[in-house]
Design a protein around this ligand. Structure first.
Ligand code: ES4
Ligand code: ZN
Length: 351
């Protein structure tokens, strides 16, 4: 899908992108050699082919066609990331790409657990991203506030340990932190891992003055129950400020009013869903959320693992298939600004 010049030139904001999901085969190849990590691929082409993943996180659902699941490929990619410089380069590559797409402001997700469980010190991850956050402003005119993600398929205690270790890099209520992240999220495999399992973690983050979001991925098992918990139960219904994905809100009465009354926005990633939903099925659902007045915005999720469709490609898809006007596309960006956690000065500078 060719990017229309209007979409290319539109100033953009991205609120749903996993930094580890922007790792290109080229950088992965380079870091594998630099860090002396043997890849299970003999050639660069074989490596690039490993990015062709299946949609569902569960192998038994995909059938065994030999392709890795998304999460298998994503965590395999993480293995080349070892030093502070590696994390810095990963983030700077993304910021460069963001700059080229006229993305002005980003709230990237990061996992520390994906790295500490391989023996990488959390400081390497956090300092690498912190340096990129600082340098991207001058170098690429891209500002960012980051989101620490709990891996929901790991134990709560493990997530709490990771959170406590990362807290000096947060922008906490007392103003003492290093300012890398200002929010927490919930990612990885949602199967049998409802949001309420992480209630304690979200309460803690809220006490620390951080914002809260969580993934409720599309068409997962118990998707509407997970959404119901996220909206009505986490911190007694005053917890989550956004939901990542959340397309299943249209499937149960009461969810859309719950989103609207609390001002909970949805960070949608249309291409991720388009991989397995027909055009004429998917885009009317997005259109319906829009028509019902839910604050939605458009994002890329894990672009290098999703056919290299970045935020501009995702915006093109809704422009083309939802029947949105140019003014609507501007409103989508304004929605992102509104539901972002940028400070007021940054918000006015973005658009
Ligand atoms: C993710 Cl697509 C997706 N689903 C769940 N967790 C994730 N982490 C990064 N991308
Ligand atoms: Zn995501």
């Amino acid at each position: 899908l060719e990017i229309d010049p209007f979409i290319a030139a539109l100033p953009k904001v991205e609120l749903h992108v996993h930094i580890e999901g922007t790792l290109t085969p080229a950088l992965r190849w380079k870091l594998a050699h630099r860090n002396n990590i043997s890849l299970p691929y003999k050639t660069y082409d074989e490596l690039a082919n490993s990015y062709k993943v299946t949609y569902n996180h569960r192998r038994e659902v995909n059938g065994d066609n030999g392709a890795p699941t998304f999460l298998e490929a994503y965590f395999a990619g993480c293995q080349v990331l070892c030093t502070e410089d590696d994390f810095y380069e990963l983030a700077m590559d993304y910021f460069k790409k963001a700059h080229e797409m006229n993305v002005r402001y980003v709230e990237p997700f990061f996992d520390t657990q994906a790295h500490t469980r391989r023996g990488i010190p959390a400081e390497a991850v956090l300092n690498g991203y912190l340096r990129a956050q600082q340098e991207s402003v001058g170098k690429y005119s891209v500002r960012s506030n980051w989101i620490f993600c709990f891996l929901r398929d790991e134990a709560l205690e493990d997530g709490l340990d990771a959170y406590r270790a990362a807290l000096p890099w947060a922008r906490t209520r007392d103003g003492k932190g290093k300012g890398l992240f200002h929010a927490v999220g919930l990612a990885s495999n949602e199967y049998n891992r409802p949001p309420l399992l992480f209630e304690e973690a979200f309460r803690l983050a809220k006490e620390d003055g951080l914002h809260i979001t969580m993934h409720c991925d599309v068409d997962q098992k118990d998707a509407v129950e997970h959404m119901h918990e996220a909206i009505f139960d986490i911190c007694d219904g005053a917890g989550t400020e956004r939901i990542d994905h959340g397309l299943n809100a249209i499937d149960r009465e009461g969810l859309i009013p719950g989103l609207k009354s609390r001002g909970i926005g949805l960070t949608l990633c249309p291409h991720a869903y388009h991989r397995r939903q027909a055009t004429e099925v998917l885009f009317p659902k997005i259109r319906r959320l829009w028509d019902e007045g839910v604050k939605i915005c458009i994002n890329s999720d894990d672009p290098t693992y999703m056919h290299n469709v970045w935020i501009d490609g995702n915006m093109m898809k809704v422009y083309k298939y939802c029947g949105f006007t140019k003014a609507d596309m501007v409103t989508l960006v304004r929605n992102a600004v509104e539901i972002s956690w940028a400070d007021e000065g940054t918000k006015t500078e973005i658009l």
